[in-house]
Unconditional design. Structure first.
Length: 171
């Protein structure tokens, strides 16, 4: 009989396939070799949490970034409050309280770091590459040349400067 750890890994894989990869219940059940009913139960347990996570994962990249920044700001505010409380506990001479508050502050630091890393990943995943940008702009300039060659030739300096600035920005 397979262990609880084995089932936990199966469930985690099913979760990732559903939330991250957008697979359907039947596809997941065939892929990880569990019943469709089990996958459906996992999807719908905890007030259909997986469905909510899946829906949240398809929100716009700007919204994702904004949400992550908001979470980081909330955690930063909590850290500032903890630092204020640590100062008070030091002034009161309560070393046990200072130690406990510092543990909480360290936990917040870890959370901020993890959310910050997730924000970096979202930014990296959604960032347009220089090669794609140059390709798109090349197509636009080619279309301009076909539509109005005179205008195209008048904008050559602009095109060169624009692509130079884009290269600096996108690296």
């Amino acid at each position: 009989m397979p262990s609880k750890e084995y089932y936990r890994k199966l469930k985690k894989e099913a979760h990732d396939l559903y939330v991250r990869d957008g697979m359907m219940c039947k596809e997941i059940s065939e892929r990880i070799n569990v019943s469709e009913r089990s996958v459906s139960n996992w999807i719908n347990e905890n007030d259909a949490l997986w469905k909510k996570e899946r829906q949240a994962s398809v929100i716009s990249s700007k919204k994702q970034g904004d949400n992550l920044k908001q979470i980081i700001n909330i955690l930063a505010d909590q850290k500032l409050e903890l630092l204020r409380m640590i100062d008070e506990a030091i002034a009161e001479g309560d070393s046990n309280k200072v130690l406990e508050l510092r543990k909480q502050a360290a936990g917040l630091d870890n959370s901020v770091a993890q959310w910050g890393n997730q924000l970096k990943e979202v930014d990296k995943k959604n960032r347009i590459t220089l090669a794609i940008y140059i390709d798109v702009m090349g197509r636009i300039f080619d279309a301009m040349k076909a539509y109005n060659a005179e205008l195209y030739f008048k904008t050559l300096d602009f095109q060169e400067n624009h692509l130079y600035e884009a290269a600096k920005m996108l690296g």
